[in-house]
Structures are given as structure tokens and as C-alpha cells.
Unconditional design. Sequence first.
Length: 346
Amino acid sequence: MLAVFTTEAAAQTVPTLKVEIAPAAEGENVIVTLTLSQSSNQSITFILGSYSVACPFGSIECPQGSSPATQDQDFTPTRPQTVISVSFAPGDRTKTASFATIEDSSVESTEVFAIILNGLSASEATIDSSTPPELNLLGLPSWFATILDDDTTPTVSITGGSAVTEGDKAQFTVSVAQEVAADLSVALTVSDASGSDFIAAGNEGSKSVTIAKGTKSATYEVQTVGDTMDEANGDITVAIASSTDYTTGAPSSAMVTVNDDDAADTTAPRVTSITRQTPSSSPTDADSLTWRVTFNEAVQNVNAADFQVSGTTAGLAVAQVGATNAYDVTASDGNLAGLVSTTVTL
């Protein structure tokens, strides 16, 4: 008699699926690696998609130091017709899929978007415990994909233009090495040379200029003031003020020379009048006497040494009357208070 035995194939253990996502620099592809713990004896297909994600997502925050990426600006999202199908044939264990990120020149934080896994069947594979889902988007297991920024803070410098004549505009050029991805406002400090008046008060102090998106420089102009007074040439200075939006490079300040265009006045000013001011009448027993002295033009550096008083040992003090050509000259102290029947003359 012949004995016959029938054998059955042992049931295969369902493999686990590892989902590993490597960070990528902007402009490079995010690579998603899918790995089965063991090969399957059947074909398995997964569907992967990329989507933007808001943080926090429910109780889940973005990874520390990161912010949500913007689709079509930081990465190219998948759409129904562009989802990625990843198929494992019997015997396959590892597959990869690529998701495009977008290069730009903006300085940004690390950014994240979501990779969603669809088509997972418990009879074909289960998620490996070493790479559990970080999110649940659209009711599907999801993971963060990371974009690393490769841009640096722009370095700003400034140069001055050619010398100008008073009354014209002085030009300065504010520059960066590379085109800016967004409008960049640069803070400036404008100052006149010490003792000069080539800049109106409203044009001095804190100012700003904007380097427009897609460009590398901007022109800043300072309107100078023309006058009729002969004076020395002077420099006006524009300096870059500090900001968290950029680094201050070299040169960080620049000067433009302003040339005076007024002829030197070689004619000495004339005194047009000297009148009693306080008291206004004579004789007087006042202990101080003030005369008002008026010149035919604006004069500078007028002081007591420019005047003489006779008939007394009193000292002199001089004060300009507002912004006019007149000066008040006052005699006081000395023997003035004790004088009797004496004429005092300026």
C-alpha cells in the first residue's frame, strides 16, 4: 500500500513598511524611501502625494525651528493627475520617490510640507514602528518633508557719487551682491559736515531707501541747499544703519563733497546806524546803557572787541537781535553807576 502526503505553503508574514524622508536643500528633490522588512510574494502599490500643511495641525506642531512651506512657491504639490505611484513587484524591498522643491533667494527658516501615503492595505503591509506617521492628513498616514534654506542674509554697502554744487542733489548708491528676492528696506543716517548748512534740517537724520525685488542696488539722493554766503566746501555723509534684515558691509558710509558757488566778499560791512536802545533818552542815571548797532549786511563773529566805549570804564557785552543784521551792545559795571554829568559814547 502506498501512502500519499499533501503539503501546503506556509502563510507569509505581512511585511512592515519603513517611510524615510531625507531633508533637501531648496531647489533639490525631497527623496522618500519606502522599504519593506521582507520581500512580498505579491505585487504591492502605494500612492504618494505632497501637500501643504498648517502648523499647528490639531495638537501637532511643526518640527522645532521650522515653518510651513508654501505650495508653488517653496515646493511643487502633487495634484490628482500627478500623484506618484510606487509599485513593489514580488521580491522587491526598496523603492524611492522624488518631490520637487523650488529654489529662491529669500532668507527663510527651515520649511516643511506633508507626504501622504495612500493604498496601504493591512493584508499587504503595515507601517514599521520605527517610522510612525507624524500627521494624519485626509485620514491617511502622513509625514513631514523638510526643505533647508540655502540663502544668506544680504550684505549691504554704500558708495558716494561725484561732488556737487550747492543746490544740487548728491547721489549715493546702496548695493547688495545678489538680486534680492523681495523688496529690501535699508535704513540710513544722513548728516551734514560740522558747522555746515548744506542740508536742510528735514533731510538730515534717519532715512531709508528700498532695493526693489529682483535688483541689486538703489539710488538715494540728498537735496543740498544753495545760498548767497561765501563759505568753505563741505562733505555730507550717508551711513547704513543696522537692521536684522541685512548685514552691514564695507563701505558702510560714504561722503559726497558739496562745493560752494558764492564769490568771496572782499568789501567790509558798514555800520548803517547806532541808536540808543535802553534807556532811549538822555540824560539818564541808569546803571547800564544799551545801543543798537545795525550793519548793511549779515555779519558773523561780532563780539565786544569790535567796539569801544569812551567816558567810562564799563565793560561791554554783545548780543545779536534775532536773525537780523542788528546787534545790541550793552555797557555795564565799571564806574558807570557813579558817573555824574559825563557823556558816554559808543
